[in-house]
Design a binder for this molecule. Structure first.
Ligand code: FAD
Length: 334
């Protein structure tokens, strides 16, 4: 690993003041934010990132808090660990989909060190991106090698010109709960729906997955309003049982009235370069009972527009099966 300078700011202002103002690819890479290090340190050991300076956020007080809001919602600091999200009784009771998504992340060690902010900002797991010898689009190259290469784990929705899938398990669950993200920089805070924080490769700079500015950090996630009337679940298929990233994942929340769906929120993971919110499917589920026809309609609608690559067509029936499983589970427990 290349030598680097380690900064230990005590305030958000100090941290963001140390970050570059210039969003150019090479400038951005000179100074990196460090949280739990579960992704970034791996990238550095594998020479994918070789920053001159690391800005470690872990000594900034207050960013590791989970705060219930008076409206029944919740505020979750960027330094809250994935393990805390998994274990916190209040979250398990009122936001079970977050706890389920958290407990599906990696191994206990990764969850203990990894943070919510780092999980949302982690970089892609595509084999070509992770190979230090390959200069792919995500690393400033001119080609997505997965497009005509070994693409079994790549995108079937929203791909092009890069075909990565977003690796985060927390992101689809937060998006399905309509979470907002707060970004803080030298000019203050801005907040936006988490869904809009993530970018498709075709949205602009293909080397980025989010709208985070070069001198901004994620400071918190907020879910406004109670979700107690909702039944929600996060389900994931992975290649290896012990710990692995999602080949496909479904974050589903339903507000039921007897056996009828009143409102639905559906976000897919592991199939697109960003958490894939299925707004059209959500609208079609409203007013329906959970039966075979509804499960078929949901699966068909959510995967409409899928454009599988040579080796990943299996993700279509896999995701449709997960949607059915999630709908049935929630209907049974409602
Ligand atoms: C073997 C293995 C298995 C894994 N399995 C899974 C899995 O199944 N599901 C899953 O979702 N993840 C998985 N991960 C990824 C890991 O869990 C997440 O990357 C972890 O939550 C990252 O958090 P961190 O705090 O360690 O981030 P870091 O490694 O510190 O940072 C990750 C990235 O986010 C940026 N960053 C961190 N915090 C902030 C912030 N507050 N504001 C702006 N940028 C920030 C960093 O600059 C860096 O680019 C796995 C990782 C490994 C090594």
């Amino acid at each position: 690993m290349k030598n680097f300078e380690l900064l230990l700011p005590k305030t958000v202002d100090e941290a963001t003041g140390a970050l570059p103002k210039d969003d150019a690819f090479e400038e951005r890479r000179k100074v990196k934010v460090l949280a739990g290090g579960q992704d970034l340190l791996t990238e550095m050991k594998e020479h994918l990132e070789e920053p001159e300076t690391l800005v470690n956020l872990k000594q900034i007080p207050g960013l590791d808090r989970i705060v219930p809001l008076p409206d029944g919602g919740i505020e979750i600091g960027a330094l809250v660990t994935v393990a805390a999200l998994e274990r916190e009784p209040w979250i398990r009771q009122h936001f079970p989909m977050l706890a389920e998504a958290a407990e599906s992340v990696g191994s206990p060690q990764i969850r203990s060190a990894g943070t919510v902010g780092g999980n949302l900002c982690q970089r892609p797991r595509c084999w070509y991106y992770r190979n230090e010898l390959v200069l792919c689009l995500k690393k400033g190259g001119t080609e997505c090698f997965a497009y005509e290469g070994l693409n079994q784990h790549n995108a079937i929705l929203g791909g092009g010109p890069s075909y990565i899938v977003h690796p985060s398990d927390l992101a689809p669950a937060f998006v399905a709960y309509d979470a907002r993200v707060t970004l803080t920089g030298p000019d203050g805070e801005r907040d936006m729906p988490l869904d809009e924080f993530f970018m498709l490769p075709s949205d602009g700079d293909v080397t980025k997955e989010t709208r985070l500015g070069p001198n901004e950090i994620v400071t918190k996630l907020t879910i406004h309003g109670s979700r107690d009337a909702w039944h929600a679940t996060y389900m994931k298929v992975r290649e290896r049982d012990a710990f692995d990233f999602a080949m496909s994942a479904v974050a589903l929340a339903l507000r039921m009235d007897g056996g009828t769906i009143r409102e639905a929120r559906l976000t897919l993971g592991g199939v697109a370069p960003k958490p894939w919110r299925c707004k059209s499917t959500e609208g079609k589920l409203a007013g329906r009972k959970v039966d075979d026809a509804t499960c078929a309609l949901a699966g068909e609608d959510a995967l409409r527009g899928a454009e599988p690559l040579e080796y990943n067509e299996y993700k279509i029936p896999m995701t449709q099966g997960l949607i059915t499983k999630a709908l049935r589970k929630l209907a049974e427990t409602a």
